[in-house]
Design a binder for this molecule. Structure first.
Ligand SMILES: [Zn+2]
Length: 125
């Protein structure tokens, strides 16, 4: 899992080999806020909604910027509570396309993440 640190928002320095253009799209979308809990963060992980092991790609519809806590450290994090993560669209199946799977955002909105970094709003609560 590539990791990156916020150096001077929105610039990021990558720990991995991910395409900088993709990282930029995700960074611009997330604006330094965790896409799971909604709080700002200094050091974020890029989570593959469709895991690389399931054929997931490095693209803005498949990547969300999340705290390390929210990624795989906290008991209710994506990787430690995959059922919840799937319910919220933070984890998608190998048979699904990430840009077609609704994802819940911290503000209660439900969106489709697009490959160009934009989002399509489905509903707001
Ligand atoms: Zn978080």
């Amino acid at each position: 899992m590539p990791e990156f640190k916020v150096v001077e928002s929105p610039l990021l320095v990558l720990g991995g080999e991910m395409d900088k253009k993709i990282v930029k799209l995700v960074t611009e979308r997330s604006q330094g806020y965790c896409e799971v809990c909604g709080l700002p963060g200094e050091s974020m992980a890029l989570h593959h909604r469709k895991l690389k092991s399931r054929g997931g790609k490095d693209c803005a519809s498949n990547l969300i910027a999340v705290h390390h806590q929210c990624h795989n450290l906290a008991s209710d994090s994506i990787h430690l509570n995959p059922a919840m993560a799937e319910q919220n669209g933070w984890m998608v199946g190998s048979w699904q396309e990430p840009h077609e799977v609704p994802m819940k955002r911290p503000d209660g909105s439900v969106v489709l993440l697009q490959k160009d970094g934009s989002v399509i709003f489905l509903e707001r609560t």
